[in-house]
Design a protein around this ligand. Structure first.
Ligand SMILES: Nc1nc2c(c(=O)[nH]1)N[C@H]1C(S)=C(S)[C@@H](COP(=O)(O)O)O[C@H]1N2
Ligand SMILES: [Mo]
Length: 352
């Protein structure tokens, strides 16, 4: 008997992408915290060091039933099994990955939920093209949905649902990914398939991805309406809201470490800088920002974070070092009160 299983999955009108959902492996909000910045020493962050954020529980997915649906304002809706997706043109991209932090409290604290990894999958633009997408005034957003559901902050959601502006969905960096750092996505990472939106906050990279839909309006679910909108810091009246999409310029100091005792007066400073726009200049200060020493961040690889190094001359004694990055588009890290405010490290210098 020929095995029609895969075929019937791709053609049956009754196929429901949610049939692949088995259960949540645990329920409720779950964060796996990243190590402190000074332990993030490698350019590519290994999975063991990369933070995880899960709102309602990690979905356990039955691979043989897994399908990805693309529908909405496209002339030829798609249904793809995992093997079908994996046969499409494959792309890899190195990109920083950052969690916005809690959507419940104003983001004034730095969390350093940050890493830098390589994702592999298919360009979302390629899938849109296969579905016959053509620009129109009605196609404004691309919605993405995960197989997870449940309660977060007392709000019930029947699915994790996000949206992107169509222009970002069409960018070559936006991927439907099935691997990270060369390995298939684990269950906690959103396997078998997730969205990856380099340059945008992690919240937009829908895990356990099962449906992509081209739509006219923003998505109506709680993760785009109640959660993950913020006051636009550029509004002088501090009232206008904006979706949590583009990552603002940010940086961390990885050397010296907190409480390190550095010998000799020449102190080597190292760190990472990132943002939706690439970073150009990095400034470091050891006098609370009265004076700054300037250095250039290393060039960005695709959407990677960028290394910076500086050497500064310091007198013996206790020191508080500050670093702030400026993007090539002129955005600069604030010194305080925002989630991307300048990182500070306290250490001391002793004579050689
Ligand atoms: N389906 C689904 N996708 C999701 C989430 C989720 O809870 N459910 N969390 C989001 C958030 S807030 C972040 S920061 C990233 C985290 O991805 P990671 O756990 O692989 O680091 O996934 C995003 N995608
Ligand atoms: Mo997040």
């Amino acid at each position: 008997m020929p095995d029609n299983h895969d075929k019937s999955l791709s053609t049956s009108a009754h196929t429901n992408e949610r049939d692949a959902f088995i259960r949540l492996s645990s329920t409720g909000f779950q964060i796996r915290h990243p190590p402190p910045p000074h332990e993030l020493s490698s350019f590519i962050t290994p999975d063991t060091q990369l933070f995880q954020t899960i709102h309602m529980g990690a979905a356990v997915v039955e691979l043989s039933k897994y399908i990805l649906v693309m529908d909405g304002l496209v002339p030829k809706p798609l249904i793809l099994t995992l093997p079908e997706l994996q046969q499409l043109p494959q792309t890899s991209i190195t990109a920083f990955h950052e969690c916005y932090g809690s959507p419940l409290t104003p983001p004034t604290k730095a969390l350093w939920r940050i890493g830098n990894v390589q994702w592999t999958g298919v360009r979302l633009s390629h899938l849109l093209e296969r579905a016959g997408y053509t620009p129109s005034s009605s196609a404004q957003f691309v919605w993405s949905e995960g197989l997870d559901s449940g309660v977060f902050a007392s709000v019930m959601a029947d699915r994790y649902q996000k949206d992107l502006p169509i222009a970002k969905a069409l960018q070559p960096e936006t991927l439907v990914a099935y691997a990270m750092n060369g390995q298939p996505l684990t269950k906690e990472r959103g396997g078998p398939v997730r969205l990856v939106v380099p340059g945008f906050f992690g919240t937009n990279s829908t895990k356990w991805l099962c449906r992509i839909s081209v739509q006219r309006e923003r998505a109506p679910g709680p993760y785009t309406t109640r959660f993950y909108n913020e006051i636009d810091p550029e509004d002088p009246e501090g009232r206008r809201m904006r979706p949590v999409w583009n990552v603002e310029v940010n940086s961390v100091i990885t050397r010296p470490r907190p409480a390190e005792v550095v010998k000799g007066s020449r102190v080597r400073v190292e760190g990472w800088a990132w943002g939706d726009s690439a970073v150009g200049r990095i400034e470091v200060s050891y006098d609370e920002g009265r004076t700054w020493d300037e250095t250039e961040a290393q060039e960005r690889v695709e959407y990677s974070w960028q290394r910076f190094e500086a050497e500064i001359e310091l007198p013996p004694g206790d020191c508080m070092l500050l670093a702030r990055a400026t993007s090539l588009t002129g955005q600069q890290q604030p010194l305080e009160n925002r989630r991307n405010h300048a990182h500070r490290v306290n250490f001391s210098v002793v004579a050689d």
